[in-house]
Ligand binder design. Structure first.
Ligand SMILES: Cc1cc2nc3c(=O)[nH]c(=O)nc-3n(C[C@H](O)[C@H](O)[C@H](O)COP(=O)(O)OP(=O)(O)OC[C@H]3O[C@@H](n4cnc5c(N)ncnc54)[C@H](O)[C@@H]3O)c2cc1C
Length: 288
């Protein structure tokens, strides 16, 4: 262990938790599901931490539809997402698949949607799916609150754009849309491995079946989720057929992938095209 813990505190209100983070700034660490803490300790990233602030009892475990979108509390677990029929609707299906694809059942029982975003790890599934779905995050501190697009919360590997005294309280997804579907696909060596690369897609067609919007995100291609704008540039206003898919495949990825322990940049580049094609076809099938 690379830290000396003085106390493990489990506040009952958000205000109490925010005050603790403020008073012990630099020495307090938030615990949600706690599944990344060992990793942080191993990498010496908990140096100076003296207090764990467990946010399980803050009442941030909910899924509710409001006027401005679908609100998911930060401590909602992956299994709660998988078991909620809202997420099998086409507009949100990418999130369902990403959460369901996290191995194992035990991890899905404790790992939280907020914790996955705040980890800032490029090969995690749920954050990449959220970016594909145009998700926003609400962050609160004693200084006030801010709403950010989820993609703006990643500065680099294990380096979130979140202050030590801030709590991500909820994720907000756009309301369900017609003629819209989303999908998430990852490539792994074995079923329980992390993604070598992943693709999250959300497509909206107009009444005539032409592309109104398409958002594509590649996971583990850059140190942060990579939004592939090329797909929208090529497909906007068009009807998606085999020729168009081939054309897109020639142009993506528009960035040189990073090498990983389990795959070279060269391999990732090749396999991404195929993963994208398959994910896009699955998405379109859900709309028709
Ligand atoms: C065995 C195993 C297998 C896994 N397999 C997969 C997989 O296949 N795919 C995949 O995507 N992931 C996988 N994971 C990773 C998993 O997704 C993450 O560990 C999980 O999402 C982190 O959530 P947590 O609630 O446990 O976060 P925690 O570990 O509690 O916290 C993670 C970080 O975020 C901070 N934090 C947490 N919540 C908040 C908040 N609300 N506001 C501000 N900061 C916060 C913490 O201080 C910490 O720095 C696996 C993990 C394990 C242990």
């Amino acid at each position: 262990m690379h830290y000396e813990l003085k106390d493990y505190i489990k506040p009952k209100t958000l205000e109490e938790a925010l005050k603790l983070l403020h008073d012990y700034k630099g020495a307090a660490k938030i615990i949600a599901g706690g599944t990344v803490i060992h990793e942080l300790s191993e990498r010496n990233l908990l140096e100076g931490v003296e207090y764990f602030v467990d946010i399980e009892n803050l009442g941030l475990n909910y899924v509710r539809i409001e006027k401005d979108g679908l609100h998911i509390g930060a401590t909602t677990t992956f299994n709660q997402i998988v078991n909620n029929s809202l997420f099998t609707k086409p507009s949100y299906y990418a999130l369902y698949l990403a959460a369901k694809g996290v191995s194992s059942y035990q991890v899905r029982n404790v790992a939280t949607i907020g914790g996955s975003v705040c980890s800032s790890i490029s090969f995690l599934d749920v954050p990449n799916a959220l970016v594909a779905l145009n998700a926003k995050a609400k962050l609160v501190s004693l200084n006030g609150e801010r709403i950010e697009n989820v993609e703006n919360l990643f500065l680099g590997m294990l380096n979130p754009n979140i202050s030590e005294d801030e709590i991500l309280t909820e994720i907000i997804l756009p309301l369900e849309e017609t003629k819209t579907a989303s999908y998430y696909m990852k490539l792994t060596e074995r079923a329980f491995d992390y993604a070598i690369v992943s693709v999250g897609i959300k497509v909206k067609l107009n009444e005539n079946g032409y592309v109104e919007n398409i958002r594509t995100v590649f996971g583990n291609v850059q140190p942060t989720p990579y939004i592939e704008n090329k797909v929208y540039e090529i497909a906007k206003g068009k009807y998606i057929n085999e020729d168009l898919i081939k054309k897109i495949m020639e142009e993506i990825p528009s960035v040189e992938p990073i090498d990983s322990i389990n795959a070279s940049a060269w391999y990732k580049k090749k396999v991404l095209k195929v993963l994208f094609r398959d994910a896009l076809k699955e998405t379109l099938e859900m709309i028709s």
